[in-house]
Design a protein around this ligand. Structure first.
Ligand code: UDX
Length: 460
């Protein structure tokens, strides 16, 4: 249930593995698009995978009203609906709650009893305790329906499992087939066994490996209680965001003392206890997960009157990184009034069209408020960015964005942007030709040789 990133990718992957999958959504337009092969968002490899599932008769799409019929046949229902950030930072569970009630009603309306309990899999990122909350709401749904005269035999049969997802946008299909681990939390062994069976081909890496010919190594299947599984998701994302904010803090100190954070990150990353990934300094993290999950974890801590001071600092460092782009521009250009600034890359990271909590939009809107003209380019997110922020002029060629720009900011390290022709860029720009490299993705020496004033993050 839910055809967002998590639901659609999970559905298409499970169908590829040989299961029979119906993806359910309430948005008729989205379903119409999916039935005709149109993806609701940009994700490499997904379109092919969906087409393959549909072609083999293993994947189809249904409206949420049809859920009663599906509950009859399904071994498991994955709840993958949105859990947006509420005003106080906590996760808004209203979509999850609605789906849980619908499942309850559908269970109550079953004419014949199910042979085995329905396994309800919480895939959406939900606060600790939500597994029990979902069970309660399913029971509410059952009671409501029975109160209204429905009285099926299947009513008692359901089990709730938490199965957090760790897929990254831009490599979601790959991450689903080759995860570092699969986590399942439940109070019942039976439910965990159903999940293990569903994921068996991934755990054993026994599916056709045309996707990735690397050696087969079994994927750890971690079983826990419900609350721990829910916490594992938050703790993973909080740790990764902490790692990024940590290296950004070090980058800022590097800049003061004249050290190069790229060298520092490479060397500390070789310590196996630290690890080399997620140590790229720059304008920090955005997207649909880190900001929301960290806010939700901080909000959860506040409910217990606990001050999560480390997480508060992680978030504060991230806010400061974005502001540094403006500070760096001001240092070289002084006033930004009347200046033209090219923004290279607009999505929150490469290989996705997602603009949720994208640094580009915040930076563009500050530039606008300071009287500068921001001109943005992105290989896929341009149109959507222009709709979200009318003050941002969007063009469809990076060199057009650079034409007459006094400064350029590399915001998203798309391959196309990492490999820009810097000589051509410099020839097109106006003095003082400042290049703020928000992802430390370019070669500083090559930029200087091309005549640009290169400004990285923590690069001495
Ligand atoms: C993240 C988690 O990685 C994934 O496991 C979870 O399920 C969903 O959230 P995603 O948001 O798709 O995935 O992107 P990710 O690749 O983790 O990057 C998040 C942000 O951190 C991006 O804005 C990226 O630019 C930034 N980042 C990443 C850095 O600034 N530095 C790094 O070294 C790595």
């Amino acid at each position: 249930m839910g055809t967002g990133y998590v639901g659609l990718v999970t559905g298409a992957c499970l169908a590829y593995l040989g299961h029979r999958v119906t993806c359910v959504d309430r948005d008729e337009e989205r379903l119409k698009g999916l039935r005709s092969g149109r993806m609701p968002f940009y994700e490499p490899g997904l379109e092919d995978l969906v087409a393959r599932g549909v072609g083999r008769g293993r994947l189809d799409f249904a409206r949420v009203e049809g859920v009663a019929g599906l509950v009859d046949e399904a071994d498991a229902i994955f709840v993958s609906v949105d859990t947006p950030q509420g005003e106080d930072g906590s996760a808004d569970l209203s979509s999850v709650a609605a789906v849980a009630r619908q499942i309850g009603r559908a269970l109550a309306e079953l004419r014949t009893g199910r042979g085995s309990p329905l396994v309800v899999v919480n895939k959406s990122t939900v606060p600790v305790g939500s597994g029990d909350y979902v069970s309660m709401l399913i029971r509410d749904g059952i009671e409501e329906a029975i109160g209204e005269g429905a009285g099926g035999e299947g009513a008692a049969g359901f089990l709730v499992v938490s199965n957090p997802e760790f897929l990254r946008e831009g490599s979601a299909v790959y991450d689903s087939f080759f995860p570092d681990r699969i986590v399942a939390g439940a109070d019942s062994r039976e439910a965990l066994d159903v999940l293990r069976t569903l994921y068996e081909p991934v755990i054993e890496q026994s599916f056709p490996t045309e996707l990735d010919p690397r050696p087969k190594v079994a994927v750890p299947f971690i079983t826990t209680d419900l609350a721990s599984a829910e916490m594992i998701k938050y703790a993973s994302n909080a740790f990764l965001a902490t790692k990024i904010s940590f290296i950004n803090e070090i980058a800022n100190i590097c800049e003061l003392v004249g050290a190069d954070v790229s060298e520092v990150a490479t060397a500390i990353g070789l310590d196996a206890r630290i690890g080399s990934r997620f140590l790229n300094a720059g304008i920090g993290w955005g997207g649909s997960c880190f900001p929301k999950d960290i806010a939700a974890l901080r909000a959860a801590a506040r409910e217990y009157d606990y001050e999560a001071i480390l997480l508060d600092a992680v978030a504060a460092v991230n806010v400061r990184q974005r502001k540094q782009v403006i500070a760096k521009l001001q240092r070289d250009l002084h006033t930004l009034k009347g200046k033209r600034i090219a923004l290279l890359g607009l999505s929150f990271k490469p290989n996705t069209d997602d603009l949720r909590d994208a640094p580009s939009l915040e930076i563009a809107s500050v530039l606008d408020s300071l009287g500068a003209r921001a001109v943005g380019y992105d290989p896929v997110a341009g149109k959507a960015a222009a709709q979200k922020l009318p003050s941002l002029k969007v063009v469809f060629d990076p060199y057009e964005a650079l034409g007459g720009a006094h400064a350029a900011v590399l915001i998203t390290e798309w391959e196309e942007i990492r490999t820009l022709d810097l000589n051509r860029a410099s020839a097109l720009m106006d003095e003082p030709k400042v290049l703020v490299d928000g992802r430390n993705a370019l070669d500083p020496e090559a930029a200087v040789e091309a005549g640009l004033s290169y400004r990285g993050f923590g690069r001495g």
